[in-house]
Design a binder for this molecule. Structure first.
Ligand SMILES: [Zn+2]
Length: 391
């Protein structure tokens, strides 16, 4: 019985202790909040009511009354930048930086934020100058990443390579894919300036950075073709198969043209037909079809299209199959096929597009760098048909 009695006492004692603790907490909270300006709570209230404009006004008042609130400066600056009011964000961060007593850690943070403001405002020179000051410390990696973005926008590839290599030494995940692409950009520039030797040097560097880089292999073929060395061009483009066969549609037309230049079109058609059969790509078929039709007749082309369609049916291939049948059909069958073709074409009005696997941006042309999210090699070299929903 005695034991039970003591157990019963524990409950009220625990309750009393909780009550004292709660009172103590409340007291501390009240005394702390007494130090905060009224506008702070008004601002919070506006934020909770999803009235950001009024919230900003209230917070600006807090900052004016109490310039010591560094964190609030950062929060406001961020808010302004996100709303696109970069001039106000810039002013806030410059204000912070003008303080002589600002600790180094906060100074770096403010520099980093200011760099982002300039970047968002499109003032790339000033962004570069600001971020370049953050060589070490907590924000060094973030600053170098932002610098990399700036050099990519400016297409300053030598500097982009420099920063990417520096970032790698700072322990970020490898940037070999990007570095190889930067060298490819330089090679493409050199090719445009008709400087094949410089282009070849850059391509060697690209493959040294990333031996899987297909673009460098394709460009190596372009360099050879530009010099009239079609044989060398063909052997470069054929290497794409070993690297990554899904990129073959990007070289199919080039290969065929080179074989034609060497007056070996038949050999080219055989090679490309074997690619279609092996990899079953409708993009490849699209390129190969007219050559096969011209060299070997409509019937052979038709058979190729049929085999491909049976392996992987799609609407674009279907249009091609109907066209192949139309070529040999007679009236009134021909008129019927024409009708079917028109209907299928209506359904595929939006041509198949390349789709970025990172941001979903759709494009008619193939890009090595996505125009939507600026990611490198985010497009599969395969056009995807829009999804047709039945009406
Ligand atoms: Zn993208």
């Amino acid at each position: 019985m005695d034991l039970d009695f003591w157990w019963l006492l524990i409950v009220p004692v625990a309750f009393a202790l909780g009550w004292i603790a709660a009172r103590y907490d409340l007291k501390t909270l009240l005394s702390e909040s007494a130090n905060l300006p009224r506008s702070y709570f008004r601002g919070l209230n506006f934020l909770l009511n999803e009235q950001p404009d009024q919230a900003i006004d209230a917070f600006i008042e807090v900052v004016k009354l109490d310039p010591e609130t560094v964190e609030l400066h950062f929060a406001l600056g961020n808010l302004f930048r996100r709303r696109g009011e970069t001039d106000r964000a810039i002013r806030i961060h410059q204000n912070l930086l003008s303080r002589a007593d600002l600790p180094e850690r906060e100074r770096d943070h403010a520099l980093f934020e200011l760099g982002q403001d300039f970047l968002k405002a499109g003032l790339l020179d000033r962004a570069e100058e600001t971020l370049a000051r953050l060589d070490s410390g907590e924000h060094a990696i973030g600053a170098q990443r932002a610098l990399l973005t700036i050099y990519e926008i400016e297409k300053d590839w030598p500097k982009a390579i420099q920063v990417a290599e520096k970032l790698e030494t700072m322990g970020v995940p490898p940037l070999a894919k990007e570095i190889a692409q930067f060298h490819c950009e330089l090679a493409q520039d050199a090719l445009g300036r008709k400087n094949p030797a410089e282009a070849a040097d850059e391509l060697a560097l690209a493959l040294k950075a990333n031996e899987q880089n297909v673009r460098a292999t394709i460009l190596a073929g372009d360099v050879a073709a530009a010099a009239g060395q079609h044989e060398a061009a063909i052997s470069a483009w054929r290497r794409v198969e070993a690297q990554n066969p899904s990129y073959l549609p990007l070289v199919a037309e080039k290969l065929m043209k080179a074989y034609q230049a060497l007056e070996r079109a038949e050999e080219g058609a055989t090679l490309l037909t074997s690619y279609v059969e092996r990899y079953g790509s409708s993009d490849l078929l699209d390129i190969v079809y007219p050559y096969v039709a011209e060299l070997r007749g409509a019937e052979t082309a038709h058979a190729l299209a049929r085999t491909q369609m049976q392996a992987a049916p799609n609407l674009a291939g279907m249009t091609r199959l109907i066209e192949a049948q139309m070529a040999t059909a007679e009236e009134p069958r021909r008129g019927e096929l024409e009708l079917i073709r028109t209907l299928v074409k209506q359904r595929t009005k939006n041509l198949p597009r390349y789709t970025c696997q990172s941001c979903g941006f759709r494009a008619r042309l193939f890009y090595w760098q996505c125009p939507g999210c600026s990611g490198w090699e985010t497009y599969a070299p395969r056009r995807v048909e829009p999804i047709v929903t039945p009406q």
